[in-house]
Design a protein. Sequence first.
Length: 318
Amino acid sequence: MCKVVIAKTNEISHEEWLKLRLKGVGGSDAAAVCGMSRYSSPLDVWLMKTRKKAAEPDNDKMYFGRLLEPIIREEFAKRTGFKVQECPFMFAYKEFPFMISNIDGVVTEPNGNKAVLEIKTTNSVSAIKDLEDGLPVEYFFQVQHYLAVTNLNKAFVAVLIGGNDFKIQAVERDDEVIQTIIALESKFWSDYVLKEVQPPADFNSSDALNQLYPKSNSKTVNLSADADYLVAQYQEIKTAEDELKKAKTECENKLKAMLGENESGITEIGYKVLWKSYSQSRLDSTKLKAEFPDIAEKFMTSTSGRKFSISEPKKSKK
């Protein structure tokens, strides 16, 4: 047996449960820690686990997700005919105790085999599209993490989409993926969380960096040798991006010329091209400030942030 019970979740408060989650890497953290999430980064998770960022406040989405969990569990049992039990425990992997899990249920199949049940509620457009093709990568890494901790070979993901579309997907254990998850989560926990060393930034780290460094000071620092390589990469990508943007605009304009005054057109393959008229009303803030300055001032809001840019090296004087 590779799992140990670290808490009975029906005997602790939601706040206590949140505190326990800070003591390890959970299934919902797995994709981010492994660099596979489209929405979060290792740096985001590190901020949470080191308590440098407050936990996301409870909201209606979370509340109704918890409220619907027993209903979805019951519906899964009804549709599959499988026996399903609630699992009010938080587990830890015995060999890697920082790997924790809080599964939504245990399924018993007709052959007696046990499986993890993971319950989701979503109205995310990307998740809906992913579910048409397979399983969102974040869900896949989450259930593989759970299969590692529980030492089970199969999981079922039951998803309620938009309140009226119910989908069930079976996921088999993938030992190669699990070994990767264990290796990456081990490194994350031992090298970054326990040592409070900030993990490297990646493409998903913008929000975390803004949280860490919301304001700049007036100092100038010398950057490491890696910085010149990154600047060269950045400039090369930016040039390619600019060229691609021009090429994209040219294609768009040629298609518009084909449409002329027509609203839409169909290509030979079947693509539908739209160039549709629209109108919208916008507040003329300049005129408002000029004619009613007091009212404009009353409703003025300010935003703050940090602007990123790169300038060319100064030429040395000869």
